[in-house]
Design a protein around this ligand. Structure first.
Ligand code: NZQ
Ligand code: ZN
Length: 384
């Protein structure tokens, strides 16, 4: 196992009705900016519930944070927060609202152009504290220090990671996911699956707990994911899905093991240029990425085949092929297409995607930093 430091400061309030418990989590006397997306939380009553819980607290609201949140929109919230002297942020929504709110938190006190937090990974000296109410199990943003922000004008989708933007608390109420459309439930399953794969399907590090934890999370997604689609109001299923997605990217399974993230970096460029949902890009890239890098990932792919898909018969290469096919079939079974062509994207898209990777310095990706532009191109070609 590799050396690691693990510190996750986010307090989790899990279960139905937990929004009512957020009052005491807000610092006394704080002026709170409630941030949200396109209005789902207004329609399903979650915003009212939050406001009720904060009846004694001074609040300001900012709505309209879009999926794949943009710098352009978020800077309007930064201006509002500065003007209103806000000193706590409460994100109510999915990964986009939470990521966007992390950026707002870091941008409010930032000296200079906050885009530099992303473009040149400028150090964050201070951030306004934030909490979250999660409405979409997928990204793990509710319990990590990462955010992915898009600059619409230039088609840049870039990430930053900083301990100062870990949420102070997150409410995970599975019943808040009942109103999600099937496409977003499926997206969440695929995203969480890919997060686990990026930290598990690398090379062996003799990290037994992390491996078995990752396998347990994958098996839970395979078991509960289809049920979440078939029985949209099953609270127990949603509870398991929600906690799985959080644990998939809260640092636990990634501690002490090599990490990949090439699938995500290539996927971000597809969203930036073609607007696919984040998870749709992962469904396209992951199976092709595993196939192209099957030699490097051989030992873990065999372990994955056996422990996750129960594939123990036949030659090793056959088992690896079958495991990759099972992965693809699982995504397809959730109605998430796994080919670029499934989204109307053809061969002509590949050169611009590779050029974006180059422009963003994504030239040495993966757990061995050996996924260069040529390999990314091969992955995209295989994903057509
Ligand atoms: O905007 P509203 O009206 O709220 O609608 C949203 C949005 O249209 C809707 N929705 C959310 N909760 C709902 C709901 N509709 C009905 N009922 C509910 N309870 O779902 C749509 C998608 O929401 P979004 O937040 O965009 O989805 P997701 O949670 O998948 O977040 C994706 C973003 O997270 C980033 C992605 O790149 C993408 O920008 N990621 C963040 C990561 C992190 N911080 O660690 C890691 C991930 O790999 C990922 O990159
Ligand atoms: Zn992701």
């Amino acid at each position: 196992m590799q050396n690691f430091v693990f510190h996750n400061p986010t307090k989790i309030l899990f279960g139905a009705g937990q929004i009512a418990a957020i009052g005491p989590e807000i610092p006394t006397g704080a002026r709170v900016l409630i941030t949200y997306g396109g209005g789902s939380i207004i329609k399903n009553g979650t915003l009212d519930e939050v406001k009720q819980a904060l009846a004694e607290v001074a609040t300001v609201e900012f709505g309209g944070i879009e999926p794949n949140p943009t710098y352009e929109t978020l800077m309007q919230a930064v201006e509002l927060a500065r003007r209103e002297h806000v000193d706590f942020l409460l994100a109510v929504g999915g990964g986009s609202v939470i990521d966007g709110t992390k950026f707002i938190a870091a941008a409010i006190p930032f000296d200079g152009d906050p885009w530099e937090i992303l473009s040149r990974q400028a150090p964050i000296r201070a951030a306004v504290p934030l909490g979250t109410v999660l409405t979409l199990p997928a990204t793990g943003s509710e319990m990590n220090g990462a955010a992915v922000i898009t600059r619409a004008a230039t088609h840049d989708k870039l990430a930053f990671i900083d301990p100062s933007v870990f949420p102070r608390f997150s409410v995970l109420d599975p019943t808040k996911t009942f109103t999600l459309p099937p496409r977003q439930i499926a997206n969440g399953i695929v995203d969480a699956f890919a997060h686990i794969a990026e930290q598990y399907l690398t090379y062996p590090a003799d990290a037994k707990v992390q491996d078995r934890f990752a396998e347990g999370l994958l098996l839970t997604l395979i078991e509960e994911g289809p049920k979440a689609l078939a029985e949209p109001r099953d609270e127990a299923v949603r509870a398991n899905l929600m906690w799985t997605a959080t644990l998939a990217l809260n640092g636990l399974i990634g501690a002490g093991v090599p990490q990949d993230w090439a699938t995500h970096m290539v996927g971000h460029e597809i969203t930036a240029l073609h607007g696919l949902d984040h998870a749709q890009t992962l469904a396209v890239v992951l199976p092709a990425m595993l196939q192209i890098r099957r030699l490097d990932k051989r030992a873990k792919l065999l372990q994955y085949a056996e422990r996750v898909w129960n594939l123990t018969e036949g030659q090793e290469d056959e088992r690896i092929d079958a495991a990759i096919t099972r992965t693809r079939d699982f995504f397809e079974s959730l109605q998430v297409p796994t080919r670029l062509s499934g989204y109307g994207i053809g061969e002509e898209a590949i050169a611009p995607l590779v050029a974006q990777l180059e422009r963003h310095g994504m030239t040495r990706l993966g757990e061995r930093a050996d996924v260069d532009l040529e390999r990314s191109r091969q992955v995209l070609e295989l994903a057509l």
